[in-house]
Design a protein around this ligand. Structure first.
Ligand code: OAD
Length: 277
């Protein structure tokens, strides 16, 4: 696609935003790859094709509760690499922030646990971390909470349990409240979506393979009058199989589109100022 073709595709989105329609984002790992965090399923670069060193029975076992109970080491090896604080928000995250500042943000549903939306300055009331975050941690046996500071101390103390955090009450393994396969999503996700589903005016789905449910079904649940936009390197979900007539599909890199969209909206200088800050 040439840049003129991108602009033509983006036109209905730009018009909707200029009319004051609010945007709901549905983010996945692809919005953070330019920050240096690998996504999960991209061939060669994705986490799941680079886990050989963890000696897993299958790649997704690293986020599987039953496997964690038996062998938490793989998860904690990976966690060392992915700990929040090591990475900075991308242009795309700052674009979301700009929507907030312009009072044009309705919500950000994110599958990411990297907290980069927060770091970009998006307020808590807008963010739904569908797969949880590292903000809280609990024992998987007795549910006792452990602060993030204590968890980090445990992780850094290789002398004790090989750096695997264990409960100070019952000695069970402690796990951050990120959602593993075999666990339910946070109630806030369902409660907020119940209220939001019919209110979405513009849905921007970005950097996700739309393979993990229930998150993957959200874009297909927005009302027929909503404008849906996919910004992704490949066609996914029902943008591929059940595309609506008004859908916009932009097969590109999230940051490039964040930049172009900011230009078309007249927000480029503000975006640059955030990125340089
Ligand atoms: P995936 O790795 O499954 O998909 C990332 C998508 O983003 C792919 O379609 C890529 O082509 C695309 N992509 C990568 N970099 C991009 C870029 N710079 N610009 C545009 N597109 C890009 O990641 P998710 O869909 O987020 O769950 O994965 C969903 C869940 O699966 C995760 O939350 C995680 C994982 O198992 C848990 O940990 C519970």
């Amino acid at each position: 696609m040439s840049s003129a073709e991108f602009d033509e595709s983006l036109k209905p989105l730009v018009e909707a935003i200029k009319k004051g329609k609010k945007v709901t984002f549905f983010n996945g790992a692809g919005v953070s790859t330019s920050a240096g965090i690998p996504d999960f399923r991209s061939p060669k670069t994705g986490l799941y094709s680079n886990l050989a060193k963890l000696d897993l029975p299958y790649a997704e076992a690293v986020f599987d509760l039953d496997y964690f109970r038996k062998s938490p080491k793989a998860f904690y090896t990976l966690t060392h690499e992915l700990l929040p604080g090591k990475f900075a928000p991308t242009k795309f995250h700052y674009l979301v922030r700009l929507f907030q500042d312009k009072k044009l943000l309705h919500r950000v549903y994110t599958q990411n646990i990297d907290t980069l939306e927060r770091m970009a300055g998006v307020e808590d009331k807008y963010i739904i971390e569908a797969h949880g975050s590292f903000a809280k941690n609990h024992c998987i046996d007795c549910s006792e909470e452990m602060s993030s500071e204590t968890l980090l101390q445990h992780m850094l103390n290789k002398e004790k349990n090989n750096g695997i955090p264990t409960c100070e009450k019952c000695n069970g393994y402690v796990k951050p409240d990120i959602v593993f396969f075999g666990e339910g999503l946070p109630p806030k996700f369902f409660d907020t979506w119940d209220e939001d589903a019919d209110e979405v005016e513009v849905a921007i789905v970005a950097g996700t393979s739309l393979t993990v449910y229930p998150f993957a079904s959200l874009p297909s649940e927005v009302g027929k009058n909503a404008l849906r936009v996919l910004i992704n390197k490949e066609k996914v979900g029902d943008f591929k199989s059940g595309k609506r007539r008004s859908d916009i599909v932009i097969l590109s890199d999230c940051d490039s589109i964040a930049e172009r969209l900011s230009e078309l909206l007249g927000w480029k200088e503000e975006l640059d100022a955030f990125v340089e800050s």
